[in-house]
Write a protein that binds this ligand. Structure first.
Ligand code: PGA
Length: 250
């Protein structure tokens, strides 16, 4: 079964409101129903993204959120604050947050449970580092991350979660995992999901690949049977590139 592709850009800490307005205006002709597309921008740009993309089939994504509803958490943003400005999607556990901001499997799980409760679409990131891959630990690491992330999640709720397999060594480095390696890991992760839930649930969950996805490699990656989309950093900053990534004929 080929699931509908979901291609989401992640601007990280880049861009400006002015850039975003121009970006969406130029991207409009390429947004269609062929794939699910969307963009995760810095918090300060989310309301603008919502406004500029209001007539489009386009996901409005944040790059993180807190798992508490409110409280003394200086500098943090709650799920309700995101919902209030029309955000519908949130990245959870990006490797940059895991390595620089002490995001753990436990906080990823708390955030996933909260996102589900709040009906925000979660994109949960998992992936191994280069050292872990070289030691032959890629699968073990991803298995542990997936199992911990989904603790306490029901089968029905799990079907709505997007998993992003992002080998850390491929992020922002220009090094892409070969489509065979990416497929092998996506298939492995799907089997982990089958063990946690059941075959039906595992078949429905969409697994993105992330790590230096660009127009020149997107088709080959997306043609893989277990890869159902992409989480895109660098190439989502240029309208021309991102337009090509969401205008796929697969
Ligand atoms: P990249 O980033 O496309 O620049 O490698 C991917 C990501 O961090 O999601």
């Amino acid at each position: 079964m080929k699931r509908k592709l979901i291609i989401v850009g992640n601007w990280k800490m880049n861009g400006s409101i002015t850039d975003l307005k121009r970006f969406i205006k130029d991207l409009k002709p390429s947004v269609s129903d062929k794939v699910d597309a969307g963009l995760c921008v810095p918090y300060t740009m989310l309301a603008t993204l919502k406004e500029e993309a209001k007539d489009l089939n386009f996901k409005i994504g944040a790059q993180n959120m807190h798992y508490n509803e409110s409280g003394a958490f200086t500098g943090e943003i709650s799920p309700d604050m995101l919902l209030e400005i029309g955000v519908d999607t949130v990245i959870i556990g990006h490797s940059e947050r895991r390595s620089y901001y002490n995001e753990t499997d436990e906080t990823v799980n708390l955030k996933l449970l909260k996102a589900i409760e709040k009906k925000l679409k979660p994109i949960v990131c998992v992936g191994e580092s280069l050292v872990q891959r070289e030691k032959g630990l890629a699968k073990d690491i991803c298995k542990k991350q997936v199992e911990n992330a989904f603790k306490g999640v029901s089968k029905t709720d799990a079907q709505n979660v997007i998993l992003a397999y992002e080998p850390i060594w491929a992020i922002g480095t220009g090094k892409t995992a070969s489509s065979e390696d990416a497929e092998e890991m996506a298939l492995y992760i799907r089997n982990v999901l089958k063990d946690i839930f059941d075959e039906h649930t595992a078949d429905i969950i969409r697994i993105q690949y992330g790590g230096s996805v660009k127009p020149s490699n997107v088709e080959e990656l997306m043609a893989m049977p277990n890869i159902d989309g992409a989480l895109v950093g660098g190439a989502s900053l240029k309208t021309e590139d991102f337009a090509k990534l969401i205008d796929l004929n697969i």
